[in-house]
Design a binder for this molecule. Structure first.
Ligand code: FPP
Length: 251
């Protein structure tokens, strides 16, 4: 891994918010006759190299999918490994993230009974320690699902209608956005998925309405800051029209 980005990328057109579906840890491990959990462990240096790359480029929001609401269906050993891994990672890395000026936020159902108490505690400490940082916000989508996030927002809004404080006629898109887990998070400009899979897998469903997707066959443990820059460079070739028409007027 290089210490600085070596890929050519337009540093004046960096996406403000990058989301990443970090996929392929299990396949990376299988290919080396290792246990799947060793693939997750190998994903940590990749993730932190990407954090450094994102900071070098000036990305303001980085959201990573660390555990989905569907991941509870994995075998018990893998699930408990991932819980403990998150605890260890927060203990090992929170000071580094803090020194880098990164604000850490967890997005998802942290209060779920299946989330170990010690992990909840480490999450709260990391969030508190880094809460004043402004260089970049790193969102850990953990026990996160895009559909349940929308359902939760609808429940809040419906409760306000039921108690008479809101009229159903006043519900609009921006109200729904404000009722998602992180009301101040800008929509992602770019969503990257590694490992050659071409699915959204319940990641930022509402927020991704106009995001550009970049899919790469690189398995997550092999991803690094140069791969991030390559994905951003591909994003920079796209013509974002937000549903508008292509401008075909003569120049
Ligand atoms: C998907 O790969 C990855 C996960 C479910 C876990 C993500 C965890 C990391 C990248 C480790 C480092 C980061 C944190 C914050 C804990 P997969 O297991 O679905 O791979 P496969 O599709 O090849 O089986």
């Amino acid at each position: 891994m290089a210490d600085y980005i070596t890929v050519d990328v337009d540093r004046d057109a960096i996406p403000r918010h990058v989301g990443i579906i970090m996929d392929g840890n299990g396949r990376w491990a299988n290919a080396r006759d290792l246990h799947r959990t060793q693939g997750h462990a190998a994903g940590e240096p990749a993730l932190f190299d990407v954090v450094h790359g994102a900071l070098e480029l000036g990305v303001k929001w980085l959201t990573v999918y660390t555990f989905s609401t569907e991941n509870w269906d994995r075998d018990e050993f893998e699930v408990s490994f991932l819980m403990q891994f998150n605890v260890d990672l927060l203990e090992r890395r929170r000071d580094e993230l803090n020194e880098l000026g990164v604000r850490v936020i967890f997005m998802g159902d942290i209060e779920d009974d299946r989330v170990p108490e010690i992990l909840r505690d480490r999450i709260h400490s990391a969030e508190e320690l880094t809460s004043d940082n402004t260089t970049m916000t790193m969102v850990f989508a953990f026990n996160y699902g895009g559909r349940v996030e929308i359902v939760d927002a609808v429940r809040h809004i419906a409760a306000a209608v039921a108690n008479g404080s809101l009229s159903a006629d006043d519900i609009d898109e921006s109200m729904l956005s404000r009722n998602l887990y992180l009301a101040d998070m800008p929509d992602p400009d770019l969503i990257i998925r590694t490992s050659g899979e071409h699915r959204t897998s319940n990641f930022l469903l509402w927020q991704a309405a106009y995001s550009e997707y970049v899919f790469t066959s690189v398995l997550w443990p092999d991803f690094d800051r140069d791969e991030l820059a390559r994905c951003i460079s591909e994003y920079q070739q796209r013509d974002r029209r937000y549903g508008g028409a292509v401008d075909r007027s003569p120049t």
